[in-house]
Design a protein around this ligand. Structure first.
Ligand code: MOS
Length: 750
């Protein structure tokens, strides 16, 4: 051990970089236990209705087929509940438990064979007769049922947000804008598909699969099979992209486990991409109406943001977009109204800043429209509405450096060099160019965590954390923290993540991974340090540790800590142990904690073809303290790229005849590629958030800083929030056209 090891904030390499780029990293579908069988699913081709008859005789007769399951032959199972309704699952329906079809793509049969090719061929021989009902597939369909969210889901966090009398304030405003925006359904499309390898050994079940929430997969499976969660191990050490798609128990996991139990052999089920698009959660389509008012002094007086978002007929996936939009600017009277429209698709869910992405596009476009109407500079207008108090709750923000983000960004980007009039700037190729700005925010959430640290006589360390590595760099921030606190070489640190056999696993999502796990790791390091000091006396950690381990007969030293978010107590730890989401924030007892961002974008539009390019973008981020400079930069650029893809290309198109997602592959679901990305840069304010830690169980601040002792907020998702608005605002500056529907395609600019 040495004290010159990498510190918190260092630009150190990912600890798993070599493994990742050399293909050594093992993903779930790489597992090939002895006797492995392969499963293939047959999906429903109607959006709504029931199966009248399903004929599997031809499939079952194919040599090599071991099992064909349908609702007629499926064993009895317990039920699942939707994760947003108190359960563990991606949606509330368990396929093949009845003849009902709830969405196009619902699994209606499972074929298991010795070889994948056999199963795939046999699956095509399954024939089905349906009784179909006409589906409702778009938000604009007059037959669609729309609910007020606060009535449909009577929970405090689902209540419409309101501060002051926004309607009255609007009526008294000298300038009012009333505008509508639309954002499409989108799919995450991570490179790693949904995949499960299920292995029963007697009454014990092991599941290998990429998951952001192995604790929920375990708890949900325990209910489905009616067994003790302790008899199930879910292993998800590395996820090839989650993005919200893998944050609950999916039907594919249940089916693989059922097939493995029925056959007495390990079963692998990998969902092809086109099937993933039809069974997995996705970002729901939404419509926004925004009304903004301003007084004669040019200051905003009122904001009303109404969002209508798609859900399924069988579940209520909530929307929380106004939680972010109404917190961006000092507006004295604000109101947010959220509605849900039931459509006949699978239940939508989370995709990278699930509601914030669309909400900030709409709201920050509207703010730009108002600034233009008032003749104000868009950066100056936003700076004039900075605030250190949350406009929704009236509480102080724990920290907010949004003005610094805007000022630094404007300087670095050269904002003040622009001609403010739309349609006046040209580049060297004769293209119309424009500059846009927008801000964004995202909750600084944090979840309870249990961390176990083990030090061995050979100087190596093993640390088990309750979080998942999805490529965002969780292992790296854990190693950096341990290296910083105990002087351990990162190469000697083994980080165990996403394994229910280690410590309880919480959902890793909502950009709370680092702020959840790192303080818990730091607390474990502090506990280890005190243990060593107490048992081996002072005289330096290294000297104390080697003496202690020698005196311990070479046995390792182990400590476990429990950590909580501010305001949390024992119930949060209980939920964690039950595989239920238990995150807190952004509304903490003392303050509201948000990360903030300012985006600056330059676009160029060809005057003849109207092809639109993002030429360059610069974003400045206030995410509290940066723990790992390299992975933070990667998260920031990745989020900006999602913003470009979401603004210009990405949309999941539904066939209104049968409710199927049509562009269900990477050829037709267009994401941003290298050629679409200009010059990108990101910089961090990197000031620790000073909110004091919460009570109890290691929740207290370390170093006296931060909701988590280290001053972190959150990073992953804020990076994309507001980016599409900055692009749309730049398009307005380039062309004089306001584009209010995403994605912004060539046809919108003709
Ligand atoms: Mo993410 S959409 O918070 O899993």
């Amino acid at each position: 051990m040495s004290v010159s090891e990498p510190r918190i904030g260092a630009d150190a390499p990912r600890i798993d970089a070599v493994e990742k780029v050399t293909g050594l990293q093992r993903y779930a579908a790489d597992r090939r236990p002895d006797g492995l069988l392969h499963a293939v699913t047959v999906l429903a081709t109607i959006a709504r209705g029931r199966i009248l008859a399903i004929d599997t005789a031809a499939a079952a007769a194919v040599p090599g087929v071991v099992l064909v399951l349908t609702h007629d032959t499926m064993p009895a199972l317990g039920s699942v509940q939707f994760i947003m309704a108190g359960g563990h699952a991606a949606q509330s329906i368990l396929p093949m438990t009845s003849a009902e079809v709830h969405h196009h793509g619902q699994t209606i049969a499972l074929v298991v064979a010795h070889r994948l090719e056999t199963a795939r061929g046999a699956a095509r021989l399954v024939s089905v007769r349906y009784e179909a009902e006409p589906p409702v597939t778009t938000l604009d369909d007059p037959r669609a049922e729309t609910l007020l969210q606060e009535q449909a889901i009577p929970l405090p966090m689902m209540r419409d947000r309101r501060n002051g009398d926004a309607e009255a304030a609007l009526a008294g405003s000298t300038t009012v804008i009333d505008v509508a925006y639309a954002t499409p359904a989108q799919h995450q499309n991570p490179i790693e598909l949904l995949a499960t390898v299920a292995v029963w050994q007697g009454d014990r079940l092991t599941i290998h699969e990429p998951s952001q929430n192995s604790g929920a997969v375990r708890a949900g499976l325990a209910r489905v099979f009616g067994i003790d969660p302790a008899a199930i191990r879910v292993i998800s050490p590395s996820v090839g992209g989650g993005f919200g798609q893998k944050n609950a128990l999916g039907a594919h996991t249940v089916l693989a486990a059922v097939a493995a139990r029925a056959t007495g052999r390990p079963v692998k089920l990998v969902m092809p991409r086109a099937q993933v698009a039809r069974i997995a959660a996705f970002r729901p389509a939404a419509r926004h109406r925004i009304r903004l008012g301003a007084g004669a002094d040019g200051r905003m007086t009122a904001a009303i943001h109404e969002i209508t978002q798609q859900t399924s007929r069988h579940d209520l996936m909530p929307g929380l977009g106004t939680e972010v939009s109404l917190r961006l600017h000092a507006i004295p009277a604000v109101q947010g109204i959220e509605r849900l429209t039931r459509l006949d698709t699978q239940t939508p869910g989370f995709m990278r800043a699930p509601y914030e992405f669309g909400a900030a596009f709409a709201f920050e476009s509207a703010v730009d429209e108002l600034a233009w109407e008032l003749g104000a500079d868009p950066v100056a207008f936003r700076l004039a509405h900075d605030t250190d108090r949350d406009p929704v709750s009236g509480k102080p923000f724990s920290s907010r450096h949004l003005a610094a983000c805007l000022e630094r960004g404007a300087r670095a980007f050269g904002w003040h060099d622009r001609d403010p009039r739309p349609g006046r700037m040209r580049d060297a190729h004769g293209r119309m160019t424009g500059m846009g700005v927008a801000v964004g925010a995202y909750k600084a959430a944090r979840a309870p965590a249990i961390t176990r640290l083990t030090l061995r006589a050979d100087g190596s360390a093993e640390i088990a954390v309750g979080g998942h590595e999805m490529g965002q760099g969780l292992r790296t921030v854990v190693a950096l923290t341990l290296s910083d606190r105990l002087g351990i070489d990162p190469a000697a640190i083994r980080v165990i993540a996403g394994d229910t056999a280690s410590v309880p696993q919480h959902l890793t999502a909502g950009s709370w991974g680092t702020a959840t796990v790192v303080p818990s790791v730091a607390a474990a390091a502090e506990k280890m340090r005190s243990l060593i000091a107490e048992r081996a006396g002072q005289g330096g950690l290294a000297a104390g540790l080697s003496r202690l381990l020698a005196g311990n007969g070479g046995r390792p030293l182990e400590v476990t800590v429990e950590s909580l978010a501010p305001g949390q107590g024992q119930p949060a730890l209980d939920r964690l142990r039950q595989g239920l989401p238990a995150a807190a924030g952004p509304d903490y007892p003392e303050a509201v904690a948000m990360s903030f961002i300012a985006h600056f974008v330059e676009v160029a539009v060809d005057p003849r073809t109207r092809i639109l390019r993002v030429v360059r973008a610069h974003s400045v981020i206030d995410c509290g303290r940066v723990i790992s400079a390299r992975t933070a930069r990667s998260q920031a650029l990745g989020g900006m790229i999602w913003g470009i893809g979401g603004a210009l290309f990405e949309a999941s198109e539904v066939d209104p005849r049968d409710g199927s997602f049509l562009n269900a592959d990477l050829a037709e679901y267009v994401v941003a590629s290298h050629a679409d990305i200009g010059r990108l840069s990101a910089e961090f304010i990197d000031l620790p958030d000073p909110m004091p830690g919460g009570p109890g169980l290691n929740g207290g601040g370390l170093n006296g800083v931060g909701p988590n002792g280290l001053g972190m907020k959150g990073l992953g998702e804020v990076a994309s929030v507001g980016m599409p608005a900055a692009i749309a605002n730049a398009v307005f500056h380039a062309t004089g056209r306001r584009i209010r529907d995403l994605p912004i395609r060539v046809d919108a600019l003709i």
